[in-house]
Design a protein around this ligand. Structure first.
Ligand code: SF4
Length: 422
């Protein structure tokens, strides 16, 4: 580590954090941020000079374990630990991510609107001004150049950068696959398809227009621009998210070609994070059932660990009808059986699935999930079943009760998904 003290500001370079995305019940950091300690606050920056995380000392921050994180889409997520006993069992993370948008009904309060967060961000505004002043006076190149990057990245500029990212991919990601929690949602987005074939009535994540596939030229242009956008900070990523809500339906050539091209051009093999890079995507019940041996064989040979998340929602026909999901329950069961077969046979592909929870759904919904999961005889640590609380209808107590009933009946890992976006 290389430290510089400029008046009250301490800058620390080469802060080698964890390279394994491991989960811990105490604060750790991942990758290589640049850390700044200023007044009562601790700020982490990415290597481009953009704000990444904030926490603070006891006089200004609710808990030394809590962290405020800024995403590349310029959303803030508050990672808290208070009041969520057994949070790992609940969401596969010791820190509960709150983004103020999805799953809010499960939280007793909104930490993003509290005074500590407001003051920390006001402090960040002051820090960007201070960084400009200190850069002008700094004697050494390294802190001077980094402070200059921080000084120009105030909150307005960070919002502009997020717009640039969305312009590059020509869309946003209204929801990330739940398995991205395994890399703390640190994914590079690449859009292969837009729109949904199902357009389910209940869903708040669907995007406008019919289902469509991007051209190879568009995908190549996205990858090239993403390389420039992430620049010096690319080393901190080893995960690619193929968007939007059904990239599995992009077709074998396009999907495999895009994954290979991104691996090469984004230099994912040189990531700071060890192990195979990750490839995340959503699939629909139909695109997953249509994924043939040829596609799965080629995915298996990719230099990634591939995670496919399939939105199944329910095994019960009445529930599917009420949700406005145009699917036959038998297709859902078939997809679930295929999911188990893929997870058994493929070492570089894992498939997880989603079911909805909460709301005024038929009692058979919960019963069929419990029955089908209980029929699985082999316990596995991958291929999780995620339960997504229906937005706007969730009540904390009922949701947690239903979740526990399902979890206790299942040999497969079961977690609640608090949706995140990018
Ligand atoms: S639930 Fe999935 S398939 Fe249905 S509209 Fe939403 S994103 Fe599309």
């Amino acid at each position: 580590m290389e430290r510089y003290q400029l008046e009250e500001l301490e800058i620390i370079f080469d802060c080698a954090g964890r390279d394994d995305w491991g989960k811990f019940s105490f604060p750790v950091w991942y990758g290589i941020p640049v850390k700044m300690n200023w007044r009562e606050y601790r700020y982490d920056f990415n290597l481009r000079g953009g704000l990444k995380k904030v926490s603070g000392g006891p006089r200004v921050w609710p808990d030394p374990q809590d962290v405020l994180k800024r995403t590349d889409g310029n959303d803030f997520i508050y990672y808290g630990t208070h009041g969520y006993e057994s949070s790992y069992d609940l969401i596969k993370n010791y820190y509960v991510p709150f983004n103020g948008m999805y799953g809010s009904d499960l939280f007793a309060e909104n930490p993003l609107e509290g005074r500590p967060v407001r003051q920390a961000l006001d402090g960040f505004d002051e820090l960007t001004i201070e960084a400009g002043r200190l850069a002008a006076a700094a004697a050494c190149d390294r802190p001077r150049e980094f402070l200059q990057r921080v000084a120009v990245r105030n909150r307005e500029r960070l919002a502009e950068e997020a717009k640039t990212l969305h312009r590059i991919i020509g869309a946003n990601l209204p929801v990330l696959p739940p398995d991205t929690i395994d890399v703390d949602y640190e994914v590079i987005p690449l859009i292969l398809t837009e729109g949904c074939t199902y357009n389910c009535r209940f869903c708040l994540f669907k995007t406008t227009g019919g289902f469509r596939v991007r051209s190879p030229q568009n995908i190549a242009a996205q990858i090239s621009s993403l390389k420039d956008f992430y620049g010096a900070d690319l080393i901190n990523y080893n995960s690619l998210m193929l968007g939007q809500n059904n990239a599995l339906a992009a077709g074998e050539e396009l999907l495999v070609g895009a994954a290979e091209m991104a691996y090469e051009l984004l230099n994912l093999s040189a990531s700071y994070h060890r192990g195979r890079p990750n490839l995340f995507m959503f699939g629909s019940v139909d695109s997953f059932l249509e994924a043939d041996q040829s596609l799965l064989d080629r995915m298996e040979r990719l230099p990634y660990r591939t995670s496919i998340n399939v939105g199944m929602e329910s095994f019960d026909q009445e529930t599917l009808d009420r949700l406005g999901k145009p699917l036959q329950a038998e297709r859902v069961r078939e997809a679930f059986r295929k999911m188990q077969a893929v997870n058994r046979c493929r070492s570089n592909i894992s498939v997880s699935c989603n079911f909805v929870l909460g709301g005024d759904l038929p009692s058979r919904h919960l019963e069929t999930i419990k029955t089908v999961l209980a029929a699985e005889t082999t316990a596995r640590d991958r291929g999780a079943v995620y339960l997504s609380p229906l937005i706007g209808t969730s009540r904390r107590r009922e949701i947690l009760k239903e979740f526990r009933e399902i979890k206790m009946s299942s040999p497969l890992p079961v977690f609640i998904y608090l949706a995140q976006r990018l």
